[in-house]
Write a new protein. Structure first.
Length: 195
């Protein structure tokens, strides 16, 4: 595995939040999840892992990786480190990416971040229970999804933690909610792109 540069500042015993996804397109909702988690948990850093290809989506739905990464950097600003590291290390699934990151940075505590809008589909991810057993999962509630958290396989299986602990840990965070979503943005742009 050729790791030329880590995707952000790394110091021993750091706690780094990982927000993975297509970022197709990136938006303030991604930034909101990062900011709420960073502020509430005192994270050392947040890394956005822009995936080269989402196994749960058709490739034709995604803009190219360079475009998504560049747009994500514009949205993230100084709040998160944007990386396309999955493309560099050749992983396709979150479980494999986490395994590689934990091998490469054994002294770092990683925390998986997600918006509650992604929680419903988490049970379809490859080896989702293994992911939950390997890193704490922090879910930031998004508008219209508060009740979805109760129905998710992840929460049903592992419950809800009151604080960040060793895995399995599913911690739900609240804050003023951001209504933006990549799906809604794409739908709003689609008629203009077709014209």
């Amino acid at each position: 595995m050729n790791w030329i540069v880590p995707p952000g500042p790394v110091r021993p015993k750091a706690t780094i939040g990982l927000l993975g996804g297509s970022f197709n397109p990136p938006h303030k909702g991604h930034l909101y999840v990062s900011e709420v988690a960073k502020r509430t948990l005192g994270l050392s850093a947040v890394w956005w892992l822009v995936t080269p290809g989402n196994p749960l989506k058709r490739a034709s739905e995604l803009a190219d990786l360079l475009t998504r990464t560049a747009l994500a950097q514009q949205v993230a600003g100084a709040q998160a480190t944007v990386t396309a590291i999955e493309g560099r290390i050749g992983t396709r699934y979150t479980v494999d990416t986490l395994r590689a990151l934990r091998r490469r940075f054994p002294d770092v505590r990683f925390v998986w971040l997600m918006g509650s809008d992604n929680l419903a589909g988490f049970g379809r991810w490859k080896d989702w229970a293994t992911i939950a057993a390997s890193v704490p999962i922090v879910v930031v509630r998004r508008p219209g999804t508060a009740l979805d958290t109760l129905k998710s396989p992840l929460v049903r299986r592992f419950g809800q933690a009151r604080r960040l602990t060793a895995p399995p840990c599913v911690l739900l965070l609240d804050g003023p909610r951001s209504p933006q979503s990549s799906s809604a943005i794409r739908m709003a742009l689609e008629p203009r792109l077709m014209a």
